[in-house]
Design a protein around this ligand. Structure first.
Ligand SMILES: [Zn+2]
Length: 346
């Protein structure tokens, strides 16, 4: 994924570079997605990365009061969430243990196998959707449940990792492949834990869990971003009601703002559920960045889509994007929010 909004704020030259480096076929789309007067709509307050990192980790204690004898559950109470951040974190560790996982690599293929195995273990049917791009073999994976009914909601995350630490402060490390504990593994971990705890027969919607390959090679070797997500969007066999992408959501200093390319009504709906759960210090109901990510190919086809992303991550596209930067509590806040949003959604 790549940032558009903050780059425009930082330097006009850099924003020109982003647009000028886009493949010719996508330049028009890219400029359409950018606000015509980006500076005018950017937030007045721009917290620094240090501030983002220093976000307090105190809201979880108040998020989900467990029923006690003195506090009988009311009939209108939010159903008890069961998404477990510790279990999700194990999915981060399992992916990172495979090493860096770029599209076309052995570890990338093994990650796909791991996802398929976890989906099947949780009772989901896993469908592989292979494609070739620039001579490289990629593979999306879609999890479905037979008993699902209702309009389709796709929850998506990319599972490939970037084959270059091109944002690393140390120049000699910039050709290294990154571990992608947050940028890659965290979104997948949330989806896999949702696979375990969702009860599809109790939902009003049919949920697809989509694992995208080839998101994160953009601007390298002439590749665009979101190759896998675009392949899926162009080959849909049904018309989903909405698409929710989770990317870089697991960092310790979690700050999830509205992303500006996302459907705003849907974003507000999800952030409102997060607030009900006591997560308002982490799901901050204000717009911030403008991001090119896996939601864009769906938006371009008229499907309402949201990117849940914390772009204020100091280790983005560096060799330091490692599992110690990811916290179970952060994974849990995103997982429980999506769990309750799906359970409550009519
Ligand atoms: Zn990335």
């Amino acid at each position: 994924m790549i940032l558009v909004g903050l780059a425009l704020l930082m330097t006009g030259v850099f924003s020109y570079w982003i647009v000028s480096q886009a493949p010719a076929s996508s330049q028009a789309e890219l400029s359409e997605l950018q606000p015509s007067n980006p500076v005018g709509v950017l937030p007045t307050a721009t917290p620094s990365i240090d501030q983002a990192d220093a976000a307090p980790e105190t809201a979880t204690a108040t998020a989900t009061p467990s029923p006690s004898p003195t506090m009988p559950p009311s009939p209108t109470a939010i159903p008890d969430p069961t998404f477990d951040g510790q279990v999700a974190y194990q999915h981060v560790l399992a992916q990172v243990a495979l090493g860096p996982r770029p599209t076309g690599s052995e570890a990338g293929w093994a990650t796909g196998e791991l996802i398929i195995a976890e989906l099947e273990k949780a009772g989901w049917q896993a469908e592989a959707q292979e494609f070739i791009f620039n001579g490289v073999r990629g593979r999306n994976i879609i999890g479905r449940r037979e008993e699902s009914r209702g309009p389709i909601i796709i929850l998506g995350a990319h599972y490939d990792t970037r084959p270059a630490a091109d944002q690393d402060p140390t120049e000699s490390l910039r050709d290294e492949w990154i571990e992608g504990a947050n940028d890659g593994a965290s979104g997948v971990a949330v989806l896999l834990e949702l696979a375990r705890i969702l009860e599809p027969d109790k939902l009003q919607h049919e949920v697809w869990l989509a694992f995208f390959d080839a998101e994160d090679r953009g601007r390298l070797d002439g590749w665009p971003f979101s190759v896998g997500a675009r392949h899926m969007a162009e080959n849909l066999t049904a018309n989903p009601e909405s698409v929710i992408v989770v990317d870089m959501i697991g960092d310790v200093g979690q700050q999830l703002y509205y992303e500006r390319n996302s459907d705003q009504a849907l974003s507000q709906e999800i952030w409102a559920v997060a607030a009900e759960l006591g997560y308002q210090d982490y799901f901050i109901a204000e717009p911030r960045h403008t991001i090119i990510d896996d939601h864009i190919p769906f938006i371009e086809r008229g499907i309402p889509a949201v990117d849940i992303i914390d772009f204020d991550y100091p280790y983005w596209h560096t060799v330091e994007d490692t599992a110690d930067k990811v916290s179970p509590e952060s994974l849990e806040r995103v997982g429980r929010t999506l769990e309750i949003w799906l359970e409550e959604k009519q």
